[in-house]
Design a binder for this molecule. Sequence first.
Ligand SMILES: Cc1ncc(COP(=O)(O)O)c(C=O)c1O
Length: 366
Amino acid sequence: MDRWIEVDLAAIAHNVKIIKAQAPKSQLMAVVKADAYGHGLIEVSKAARQAGAEWLGTALFEEALTLRESGDSKKILTWLGDQAADFAEAIEKDIDLGISTFSHLEKAAVAATKLNKKANLHLKIDTGLNRNGVSLADLPKLLEAISQTTSVNLAGIMSHFAFPDDPSSEVNHQQIIKFTEIIKSFDQPIFSHMANSMATLDLPQSHFDLVRPGISVYGLHPSGNLEKAKALTLKPALSLKAKIVNLKAVAAEQGVSYNHTYRTKEQTNLAVIPLGYSDGIDRRAANAAAVAIGGKIYKISGRICMEQFVVDVGADFQDQAATVTLFGDSSTGVPSVEDWAQAVGTINYEIISRLATRIKRVYLNQ
Ligand SMILES: Cc1ncc(COP(=O)(O)O)c(C=O)c1O
């Protein structure tokens, strides 16, 4: 194996416990969509459950079904399905459904009636993101329709923040006010949730009955702030590693990798690392992001190719069997996910969730 992802499941469990302590009165849903942000759906979910996650949350219905197939029998919510067949399968498997439209309601109702079951629905309400969720204008009609539909049960209401990384955002505060008003308009208590990681960590007034952290479960801070993550003792769970697959001497003044965007300054050694853009390594990492080899940091030299890139490791470098860490827990002296996000102009979420599933995941502390 010459490239792999290490996932420290003890770090996942630790993070879940740390986050839970931030919202002690609420239940916790570990958001494990996108293959648990690239970490591996099943293994992360098991670790999160063991650490006390009452809920798991997925975007795609098929992710929720995969969890059921893995033997998970506790509460799961999924919120981005649109196909009638998926609604039927999810209801059959006792998966709660986040819905936003009359069409979703109808699909859930038809499927539940056929199954002779009640579908558990969480109505997603758009309090300001202007993406998914029922608009405030349509909310009363959709609530009325839900209450008239005997095959469904309104298990909860949910909303999502427009500024998911910024606790000082006025828009977020207005969203909390709107959501609170909606909760108060119910005759009976209604199970309510809106907090992502940012809000779980910094906006206690948004905790309600359940918090839905994602990125922080993986040990990263929603704003990419390493200091804040450290203060909370969040522990990055994922490290991307590879073996050098070719180490060779080249002369000075040589162009390296496609289109020669890097040139050697002097006689040196070039290490070839077997990871490329088809593995989720951003092409903008060329001549920008860095890797750690044997306790030293080296910048990537030249273009990222489909399955490989090159690092100028210097004339003295001899360790043909060295392990290269692209990113991981920076407290161990390797680049952080945030370093990479900064180098390529994106957010930590994208760096981890784009890692190809074909890279083998190796689980530590299982
Ligand atoms: C509905 C919903 N809730 C919670 C989350 C978790 O967000 P975060 O990773 O910022 O904690 C997401 C992620 O995008 C989401 O879509």
